[in-house]
Design a protein around this ligand. Sequence first.
Ligand code: FAD
Ligand code: SF4
Ligand code: SF4
Ligand code: SF4
Length: 356
Amino acid sequence: MALPKEWVSIEVKELEDLPCLRYAEKPDRRSSWRLLKERVVEAGICSHCGTCTICPVDLIILEDRPLDFDPKKGCMGCGVCVAVCPRYNYSPLSGIGDYIEAVAGKSKRFVGQDGAMVSEFMATALEMKEIDVALFVARDEMFRPYVVHVRSAEELYDTRITGTKYSFAPVMPELHRIIKRFDKIGFIGTPCMISGLRKLQKKVPLYEKRVRLAVGLFCTENFYWHQLYDFLKSRGADLKNAVKTDITKGNFIVTFKDGSEFVIPVKEMEPIVPEGCHVCQDFSAVEADVSVGSVGSDPGFSTVLIRKENAKKIFDYMVEKGYVETGKAKIKVVQRLCDYKVKIHPYPPKEEKSQE
Ligand SMILES: Cc1cc2nc3c(=O)[nH]c(=O)nc-3n(C[C@H](O)[C@H](O)[C@H](O)COP(=O)(O)OP(=O)(O)OC[C@H]3O[C@@H](n4cnc5c(N)ncnc54)[C@H](O)[C@@H]3O)c2cc1C
Ligand code: SF4
Ligand code: SF4
Ligand code: SF4
């Protein structure tokens, strides 16, 4: 169902004084958040991207569990939450997408999940003054994700800030919080978060103006932190003692402080994969400025798909400065993973066969 036009006036006006939504000219008191609840969350397709937390009255609750709502907050009926949700009227993106250049890359400065190219992109963008701040997902002592502001390359020597956390992270709420504080922001996210960002940028020009670099991460699935923690603990692996988590060749691997490893087939983790991931077909973050992942490169390298000119400019600068080592990316392998994700996540989902 299309969103009634009169609900959202932000398409034509700049929300300069967010979160105060005085631009909703025809507020609809029927509470449009109910549409999100029924058609996205209860329909089992919410990606937990957090874009809807732009809500000016904080009615939408994004915690380490499925999205929730607090109607006591008093909905203004502005309709923004529905307007920016990438899963409302969902039409899945897929494939490898357009790109200017594909390379395998390894940063000579940072230690990351793979080749630390995500960190290198943000560090170089900060050095070039293309951005003032980058939002990174760090981890606490229990491997719980939290968002940090990175303002200089030196901060990225901390390996708790670099590296993959296989849990939903509240990057979007933090973006909403800082959008008026910084002129030039770097954003990193899973494909669903990049889709949320793009929809937001279309609806609210302030985000279009201020988010200057969007780095997308390849992604097959994610987890709620507490479910991941409990699941691994029940199998004998305590994330409290972990220094790295990785998904490689169908296995989830936890590396501990003492160098030992715990390995479990990802298939066994199927029961804790959130339902919103089951309808997701975007592996390569097709809407990002640059997409980075593990598959398609040798160990220690990241696969980098440079999609937009802003990212190309940053990449050329890091090569010129000698910050990175580059090689050939195996695009066919990336393509295979893109196809695989479409195959395992049909949308609309296939009907379960009746027992009768
Ligand atoms: C949930 C998830 C699933 C993934 N699945 C795949 C996959 O199936 N195949 C594949 O090839 N690659 C996958 N990746 C990407 C891969 O794990 C690496 O992140 C990527 O190769 C970049 O490595 P790097 O060394 O260049 O990044 P780094 O320089 O180490 O930087 C990575 C940065 O990503 C950010 N980040 C970490 N966790 C999250 C998170 N949960 N949400 C948002 N941002 C985060 C952090 O800010 C971190 O510093 C996945 C990533 C995530 C977060
Ligand atoms: S953004 Fe908040 S106030 Fe506006 S419709 Fe949604 S729930 Fe209501
Ligand atoms: S998909 Fe994202 S924007 Fe939509 S309801 Fe879920 S968290 Fe909110
Ligand atoms: S599979 Fe990845 S991109 Fe898709 S909804 Fe889950 S976390 Fe988001």
